[in-house]
Design a protein around this ligand. Structure first.
Ligand code: FAD
Ligand code: NAI
Length: 467
């Protein structure tokens, strides 16, 4: 017997689910969020964005103390305290997940602890840790169950020697040799963390390039930068087997194009070949929703094929990013509340938080060429930016792609320090459908790295001024 009828029951308390829940509370809807992990925040806060950025920040400072500091006249002899580095990461994560609990209370959202299962139209069963089952009645159900790491046959993740991203965020020691399978965002971010802390890192990638989806010229520059830091890349290679012992792992690696297999020894292996939607035990069959062959729930403006059942975030098509899940969550709830919810998927930015960082929004050159769209390019290197010069951080560039006829900005690609903080400027400009000349004629503060954003836009117009 159902006790309360909710306007909306959200299954999953990650960036999709918690933002949906908070927005529902703000709009006066009676909302519950079902989350089976002991804390709110989902993958992002618990084992994703936040802990990885905590380790990236700390390890970047460690590497700087071991390197660039001396050039600036600061002499130190840094010593790694891995336990403390992990502890400060865990403390930050706890503070963040508690923050979501606070926001739930503030917005009158019920956090129903346990595993949620759809048990028919308008019905969600929640099994608590003690095995007790509660039934929630819901006018609307929102699936926000996120994703999990993809597996590779023959490479069994044991979280001891062969780890996924969750294991790689909590290794008990700095590996001597770390092999990363997959040169995607997780592999390169977490590979960077352990490289900076002293590990020898080899990245094995199936394709003949790193970071598919990134503008190819930017990806090449990125690979060069990481190689300079000591990361070794084996491109066009596939791992076909792994043998684990107490001391480490022996991997068999074969060229994709055919040829002799080789073995790679590692004390730890990070498997990071992508993520897949997570819908295990969700009871989708009870409402007739069938994920596609890749496990993705297809939606039409967040509506699944079942009336009153919606889906958002990593479990639906689109980039598996926290800010995209957040956009989905807010728009979905606004639609449930009878308002106009909207997400512009062409303007979801991407960032790789390595050093240098890579950030982009909109189309790549490859996409524009494939679409037959005529475009102009403006590119500005950080070597010509005065702030970058005085900081001795001149690696990278900003590249702006604009429509050849209308000058509308179609894509922006940046590599260099702090570009994660600068891409938002172009997100706003592009949301207002700015021409590159609009950016080129906007005064930017001097001396800042952001001047490179303007100079690249001036480059499209053909009047870049060197700093
Ligand atoms: P999730 O965050 O996965 O949340 C889903 C939640 O649902 C989970 O808490 C799960 O426990 C819960 N759940 C699942 N099934 C049930 C059930 N039946 N009942 C109850 N609860 C259930 N993205 C970025 O934008 N920036 C980054 O810097 C970034 N870094 C990342 C680093 C790593 C290492 C990883 C792994 C991911 C990173 N991501 C990043 C991706 C980001 O974490 C995801 O895109 C985002 O968390 C997706 O949000 P979501 O709400 O769809 O799902
Ligand atoms: P990914 O899709 O970014 O990269 C996976 C890589 O593995 C690809 O280059 C792919 O070609 C390669 N690959 C696939 N199968 C392989 C095989 N058998 N052998 C060798 N290589 C293989 O996936 P990743 O890095 O696991 O990250 C998953 C998702 O998490 C990202 O796509 C992103 O959406 C999200 N994420 C976002 C972050 C951010 O925004 N900064 C940080 C970390 C994760």
């Amino acid at each position: 017997m159902a006790e309360t009828t909710y306007d909306v029951v959200i299954i999953g308390g990650g960036p999709g689910g918690y933002n949906a829940a908070i927005r529902a509370g703000q709009l006066g809807l009676k909302a519950a969020c079902v989350e089976k992990r002991g804390t709110l925040g989902g993958t992002c806060l618990n084992v994703g964005c936040m802990p990885s950025k905590a380790l990236l920040h700390a390890s970047e400072l460690f590497a700087a103390a071991n390197g660039e500091f001396a050039k600036l006249g600061i002499e130190v002899s840094p010593k790694l305290n891995l336990g403390q580095m992990m502890a400060q990461k865990d403390e930050s994560v706890t503070a963040l997940t508690k923050g979501i609990e606070f926001l739930f209370k503030k917005n009158k959202v019920d956090w129903v602890k346990g595993a949620g299962k759809i048990a028919g139209p308008g019905k969600v069963e929640v099994t608590g840790e003690d095995g007790k089952v509660t039934t929630l009645a819901a006018k609307n159900i929102v699936i926000a169950t996120g994703s999990e790491p993809s597996r590779l046959p023959g490479v069994e993740v044991d979280q001891q020697r062969i780890v996924d991203s969750t294991g790689a965020l909590a290794l008990p020691e700095v590996p001597k040799k770390l092999v990363v399978i997959g040169a995607g965002i997780i592999g390169l971010e977490l590979g960077s963390v352990w490289r900076r802390l002293g590990a020898e890192v080899t990245v094995v990638e199936f394709l003949d390039r790193i970071t598919p989806g990134m503008d190819a010229e930017t990806a090449k520059t990125f690979q060069r930068a990481l190689t300079k830091q000591g990361m070794v890349f084996k491109l066009g290679a596939k791992v076909t087997g792994a043998k684990t012992s107490k001391k480490g792992v022996t991997l068999t690696v074969e060229p994709v194009a055919g040829g002799a297999a080789e073995t790679l020894e590692a004390d730890y292996v990070l498997l990071a070949i992508g993520r897949r939607p997570y819908t295990e035990g969700l009871g989708l069959e009870s409402v007739g929703v069938t994920p596609n062959a890749r496990g993705v729930i297809e939606t039409d403006h967040f509506k699944t094929s079942a009336p009153g059942v919606w889906a958002i975030g990593d479990v639906i098509p689109g980039p598996m990013l926290a800010h995209k899940a957040e956009e989905d969550g807010v728009a979905c709830i606004e639609m449930i509340a009878g308002k106009w919810g909207h997400v512009d998927y062409d303007l979801v930015p991407s960032v790789v938080y390595t050093s240098p960082e890579v950030a982009w929004v909109g189309k790549t050159e490859e996409e524009l060429k494939a679409a037959g769209r005529a475009y102009k390019t403006g590119k500005f290197p950080f070597t010509a930016n005065s702030r970058a010069k005085i900081n001795h951080e001149t690696e990278g560039f900003v590249k702006v792609l604009a429509d050849a006829a209308t000058d509308e900005v179609l894509g922006v690609h940046m590599i260099g320090p702090s570009v994660s903080e600068m891409i938002g400027e172009y997100c706003v400009a592009m949301a207002f459908r700015a021409a590159s000349e609009d950016v080129a004629r906007t005064c930017h503060p001097h001396p800042t790295r952001s001047e490179a954003l303007r100079q690249a836009a001036m480059g499209v117009e053909g009047w870049t001024m060197q700093a």
